[in-house]
Write a protein that binds this ligand. Sequence first.
Ligand code: NAD
Ligand code: G6P
Ligand code: MN
Length: 443
Amino acid sequence: MEKKYAITIAGGGSTFTPGICLLLLTHMDRFPVRKIMFYDNNAKRQEVIAKACQIYLRENAPEVEFGYTTDPETAFTDIDFVMCHIRVGLYAMREHDEKIPLKYGVLGQETCGPGGIAYGMRSIGGVLEVLDYMEKYSPDAYMLNYSNPAAIVAEATRRLRPNSKILNICDMPIGLEEKMARMVGLKSRKELNINYYGLNHFGWWHQIEDKDGNDLMPQIREQIKTYGFAKAALDMNPNAEPSWVDTFTKAKDVYALDPDTIPNTYLKYYLFPDYVVEHSNPEITRANEVMNHREKNVFTLCQSIIDKNTSEGSGFKADAHAEYIVDLACAIAKNTKEKMLLIVPNEGAIENFDRTAMVEIPCIVGKNGYERVVQGAIPQFQKGLMEQQVSVEKLTVAAWIEGSYQKLWQAITLSKTVPSARIAKLILDDFIEVNKGYWPELK
Ligand code: NAD
Ligand code: G6P
Ligand code: MN
């Protein structure tokens, strides 16, 4: 009989949980699931999401065992995969991450600049905790982590849990590849053969071909030069949120800096920080948008399913964009050898870059883990930027491990988004105040 898999979703109360839970059900033909368990450390938040999913499963997939819990032993016993998307400190802390730097004229972003560093200092402990529970109760399981900031989390697990079965992955390149496939008239990004190098939220495509080996870069460049990713994004989703459309459009200016490559949209924060600050409202940031829309919508929908005791006609739907997570689980479970972008120790894959850096590069994924696809030597421009940013990430993790104020001050100072050590210190001291109980004590 074909093996069926047991999955724990860590961060059961996440806004992404219903979409991912339903997505698992739509891929049962290639990735059969026997059990789905939700785990969160916030019982009240998780309960709303879990009860709604329970009703959906009862109506649509009664054969799948389902449970939700805050008890680690129940959550992590007898499982094959942990899909981990936790947010330590919830959106309330994301709001601080974004608003404190803005007080000092520095951009406020979830994963980039000082905000990402602050979030990293909260996330490391949370992700390690989940990883340790998994290893204690299901030592053979794999953790697929997409909790942010993925770059810092990945560096922390490299240093502190080097032998753990954890794969760090991000959806941003996947979403951008979908847009590039659209630009050249292909149905899906799976029809592209790409090469890419960088750090998480900090990378570049340097080769894009179709499956016959035809170079697609010239056609893609033509579009990016004029519209960034915005035209393709709006063609695919006319209701795309304005803040994302702005990011997709700005990619054309990021591209202009190095027309040999296609940039990840997140580079706008490092290369045009003054533009980002000018276009930010220090009173209303992305955290507010997400709280007022995604969070509210997901929880309202779940509550209405609970109240009606049925999911029929609710519009509850699978998150098709998260298909990459099923692809990754499938690659490991079924040895598909799919080429996927992962965040892994460099070890020479980028020839002229720190071997110990956690880099985002294509890997071939199978039942024994991943093999890196060598990317060769990178140009001076990218190398310079990446050396600075990887040092920010490494210093942040070192600060967390050692409880070092000095190293965290250095990390914030080194971020390309921060103008001086004086401003870095002001931001750091404010962060320490609001992160009490979340950060290790710094000396
Ligand atoms: P959310 O706040 O809605 O959900 C996160 C959940 O994690 C909450 O229910 C919270 O209680 C729980 N949690 C926090 N600390 C925990 C711990 N120590 N143990 C167990 N549960 C814990 O957040 P969201 O917006 O749905 O995002 C979830 C995560 O996914 C974030 O880290 C976000 O940045 C990340 N994300 C990553 C990608 C990617 O491409 N890498 C894409 C989207 C979202
Ligand atoms: C992309 C990134 C994620 C990030 C998310 C933020 O998907 O890859 O890492 O968490 O954007 O989206 P949000 O809607 O929460 O601002
Ligand atoms: Mn990401």
